[in-house]
Design a protein around this ligand. Structure first.
Ligand code: ZN
Length: 286
């Protein structure tokens, strides 16, 4: 299948992707971006009636924020979501409350705009495993970044659409970095998911932020190494007076080590990732 990277514009240019999959059953969108401008950017040059499916890698709003609006504009589409995420697309109030906590209410409204619900009759919970999916795509459970995360595999083109389950990889740099944003970061599940994706032996992994990663085996190994280093670093900082700030700075140091020119690009991610790591540390401490 042909898979095309679409720039939703969310968070800046070439920052948050959606993907257009040309399946034998019709056009399928994978992820939606967020914010008032994303739907127009995604649908430019397309007839919305040709979209038969919208698949969400996970329901964090930078990936799923425009699902309601796009489902409204695409009358023939069915929404495919992880079983743990489906009910939150029908009633997004919890998602909105969670994202407001991460971003702050004012910043949230400016960034995300209005989040519309999706009619329950148009939402399908995906089935996992080879041959069980939809539109020729196989879906696999992919926890670690979020418990409601899936990846989509096209065995024909040997492609995986991975959302945030295969790290951040802004395309102007040649490295990947784990994304540990709140509130379900699970290091062990995250490394297992990296291994699972690599075991599919894809020739390309399309990540949400941003574009295609081609050296999949090497990236998987470096991502696993980075998760182990991040966990060790975080545990060392847990007793610090401002542990979130200290972890954010250490994450920036890690990015600097990978490419000193990338720190500014990953700055916001490091800060959000630090929040998720502190949440995880606190949950471990019970
Ligand atoms: Zn994301």
């Amino acid at each position: 299948m042909k898979i095309t990277t679409l720039d939703t514009g969310f968070g800046g240019e070439r920052t948050t992707a959606a993907y257009l999959v040309e399946s034998a059953d019709g056009l399928v969108l994978c992820d939606t971006g967020a914010g008032p401008k994303a739907p127009d950017r995604i649908l430019v040059g397309l007839d919305a009636r040709d979209i038969v499916g919208i698949v969400l890698t996970h329901i964090h709003l930078d990936h799923a924020g425009c699902a309601g609006e796009l489902m409204r504009r695409c009358p023939n589409a069915t929404l495919y979501v992880h079983p743990r995420g489906a009910r939150h697309m029908v009633d997004p109030s919890k998602l909105i409350a969670g994202a407001r906590e991460v971003w702050g209410a004012l910043r949230f409204d400016a960034l995300y705009g209005e989040i519309l619900p999706v009619e329950a009759s148009r939402v399908r919970e995906v089935a996992f495993g080879a041959g069980a999916g939809a539109f020729g795509l196989d879906f696999y459970d992919a926890p670690g970044h979020a418990k409601h995360h899936l990846v989509a595999h096209d065995s024909e083109s040997r492609s995986v659409i991975a959302g945030d389950a295969f790290g951040l990889a802004y395309s102007e740099f040649e490295f990947s970095f784990p994304t540990t944003s709140p509130v379900q970061f699970d290091p062990a599940a995250m490394t297992s998911t990296y291994e699972m994706i690599a075991s599919l032996k894809p020739s390309q992994v399309f990540v949400g932020h941003f574009g295609a990663v081609l050296d999949v085996a090497e990236r998987s190994e470096s991502l696993i190494d980075l998760v182990l280093r991040i966990v060790a670093m975080a545990v060392n900082h847990h007793a610090d007076a401002d542990c979130e700030q200290a972890i954010a700075e250490s994450l920036k140091d890690l990015v600097r080590e990978l490419n000193s020119a990338a720190v500014e690009r990953y700055k916001v991610d490091c800060e959000i990732n630090a929040q998720g790591i502190v949440h995880w540390l606190n949950s471990q401490a019970g």
